[in-house]
Design a binder for this molecule. Structure first.
Ligand SMILES: NC(=O)c1ccc[n+]([C@@H]2O[C@H](COP(=O)([O-])OP(=O)(O)OC[C@H]3O[C@@H](n4cnc5c(N)ncnc54)[C@H](OP(=O)(O)O)[C@@H]3O)[C@@H](O)[C@H]2O)c1
Length: 254
């Protein structure tokens, strides 16, 4: 089996760092043309795009705003003429304890829900409409959720778990609603993965907390998630549309 994405334009959100960065590289290594989205990390995104080959471009959009999220897909289509796959990877995890100041609590919930759920909803809407309207119709969406969507999270990260559960339901709904239009949608649910985001958890709870419940010997690396995204984007898993793949080193099996 050959994973060949040489005929695909793929947008990866949050591709400046972590899982998104590894995913952009893996897609490019499989021949894909990658649109490298970033929020604040312009220099890093420029590096990623350069490493992903001559066709790769970086695209800035602050996904905490409706306007920026709303315009991103059109900008990518304007650049490449089409979009074949969308990887919804950008995300935030903002600690929000119950005893937080009320204004801080509201702001953290609003920001988390916007970046992790509203932006995917807006991006998916534009992507699905594009996939439906082109000829031949079709396209793929891969959402990077989290095991937290299924097992919940620590008290400080209830907002994160809730946003990711919403993303799972959104992705499954897309798979069910638009399969007849050749739109396929998949969810990945990583556990702790060695990135800046995981480092925040590790700093707070300790490395032992991150590794103690793993079935495997080592923490998941971004490349371990990226290779599964490439497989899903390749078309070899289309009849698994709607599914969720756990990539969590066996920490949580359901
Ligand atoms: N690492 C884990 O343990 C883990 C576990 C389960 C699920 N996940 C999920 O995997 C995905 C990637 O996580 P990661 O660990 O790679 O995170 P990360 O290293 O913190 O990177 C987050 C990415 O999201 C982008 N981003 C964040 N807020 C944004 C905003 N407002 N507008 C635009 N872009 C924004 C960042 O872009 P800029 O830096 O350019 O702003 C960055 O590229 C997330 O959805 C996360 O929830 C991670």
């Amino acid at each position: 089996m050959q994973l060949d994405l040489s005929d695909q334009i793929v947008l990866v959100t949050g591709a400046s760092r972590g899982i998104g960065r590894a995913t952009a590289q893996a897609l490019a290594d499989a021949g894909g043309t990658v649109a490298v989205h970033y929020g604040r990390s312009e220099e890093a995104a420029t590096e990623v795009a350069a490493a992903c080959g001559p066709e790769a471009r970086s695209f800035q959009a602050d996904l905490s705003t409706v306007e920026a999220a709303d315009g991103l897909i059109d900008r990518v289509i304007d650049t490449y003429g089409r979009l074949d796959a969308l990887v919804l990877n950008a995300g935030v995890a903002v600690p929000t304890p119950l005893d937080a100041d009320t204004a801080d609590w509201r702001a953290a919930w609003a920001n988390t829900m916007h970046v992790n759920l509203r932006a995917p909803e807006l991006l998916s809407r534009h992507a699905v409409r594009h996939f439906q309207s082109r000829s031949p119709a079709g396209g793929r969406i891969v959402s990077i959720a989290s095991r937290a969507a299924f097992r919940g999270d620590t008290p400080d990260y209830m907002t994160y778990a809730a946003s990711k559960a919403g993303l799972v339901a959104l992705t499954r709904s897309i798979a069910r609603a638009f399969g007849k239009d050749e739109v396929k949608a998949f969810t990945l649910a990583p556990g702790f993965t060695r990135t800046d985001m995981a480092q925040d958890f590790i700093d707070e709870y300790g490395e032992a907390h991150a590794t103690s419940d793993l079935a495997l010997n080592e923490l998941t690396e971004p490349a371990d998630v990226a290779s599964v995204v490439v497989f899903l984007a390749s078309g070899h898993a289309d009849h698994a549309t709607g599914t969720t793949i756990d990539v969590n080193a066996g920490s949580y099996v359901h």
